[in-house]
Design a protein. Sequence first.
Length: 293
Amino acid sequence: MLAPNFDTARPLDIAAADYEVVRRAVEFVNRRFRDQPEVEEIARAAGVLPRTLNELFRRWCGLSPKDFLQAVTLDAARRVLTESSNVLDAAYELGFSSPGRLHDLFVVHESLSPGEWKTGAAGLVIRWGFHTSQFGMALAMVTPRGLCGLAFADEGEEEAALADMRRRWPNALYVEDPIATAPYAARIFDSRSWRPDDPLRIVFIGTDFEVRVWETLMRIPMGKATTYSDIAGSIEKPKAARAVGAAVGRNPMSFVVPCHRVLGKSGDLTGYHWGLTRKRAILGWEAGQVCKE
């Protein structure tokens, strides 16, 4: 990817170019966070000068590299979890439990019927396209009802990402149409467009249990976290933590449905379908957004 001309490029194009360096930095941090490496070490691993790395991180997420490092260490993750152990209950108390409730992206959702899901979404037309984002290439998938899928891919992995998503709904009709999906990508990745008067419409395609889990994920506020067992308790299935984990792993809408905000019981940054490096990057970016508020 060519580096953008910062005088003329759109903010999202700049963020997408920045992510390639961010990814290298995060991968290094992921290996060495226990050593709390200095900015100079992180910059060398990312292939840039320390000053460049500082400027890039502040442009990308609003945090310095050291602040970002702190935001995604396990200790920080555990603190976020400890400080928000009742985050799901609090969300209910704030009135965010109705089908039309608002969250970070101001989303309204509906679901396919069980019958439509059981047929593998037979007859459903899903349009798809790849777009730049601050977390790498994003695959957006839309139906006439709204967004149904959002995945990420590192460079060269786009075909694998598309195949992975198509396996979820094998009988749908897939049409490459980046013009149709571009407005959704723009809405999702530009926080200036997160407006309550113009909600993003999404449609869930999954089992009743999966949909309940995904709805619960959307109640986790930015900058907070919860656990699989807490989600199981909130949907009145306290012994179903493992099944909850499987449903979280099958979440088809990365970032929009924030499965990255689910941690292990001890606060560990557990697995993520689109990679732990990206999970750390998203959590760090969100920490920067919270700091701006």
